[in-house]
Design a protein around this ligand. Sequence first.
Ligand code: GRF
Length: 195
Amino acid sequence: MLLGILGSGSGSNMQAILDAIDAGTLDARIALVLSDNPQAFILERARRRGIDTGIIDCRGFRTKFPEEAQQETAERLLAAGVDLVCLAGFLRLVKRPLLDAFPQRILNIHPALLPAFPGLEAWKQALDAGVPETGATVHFVDEGMDTGPVILQQRVPVLPGDTAESLHARIQIAEHRLYPEAIARVAAGPAHGGA
Ligand code: GRF
């Protein structure tokens, strides 16, 4: 199973995927890591492991993922032989033509129990809402924002005195366990809850 990773930030989820591969609990290889942010630490982590990297040129748009950039991204992932695309802290909305190039083959990790708290800074949304628990979700990506079919979820308690930072850190621990397991399920096919 060849993976392509898209990320905009630190890449701790990609690191968790690499750790699971190293530990033998995930039978996969990361073929390519692409980022819309040339400074993102995810690129540095990938380079240190000798993984091919590239920059997604979003034509100066701050949040939009323009169609030409989606097309280029799809072409690069296909050329690298990628079977499954994993969004790992990627901050732009994936649409056509990238979705069409990988039908039911793009996964995302979200720091809340979807459908609760879609969108940005979901841990902060949970804290502001005063809920007693939140969590993490791995789901297939569709046209919506954090709306695709759920693959796996894990609950995380909100503790008294939590700050946005402490809650996000607890959610990330759950994410790092969840993402490799969800990828393994998808790789195993529909009988195991995968695609
Ligand atoms: C994670 O919390 C993920 O759920 C969200 O962005 C964060 C990315 O963290 N979409 P990292 O770059 O994997 O460390």
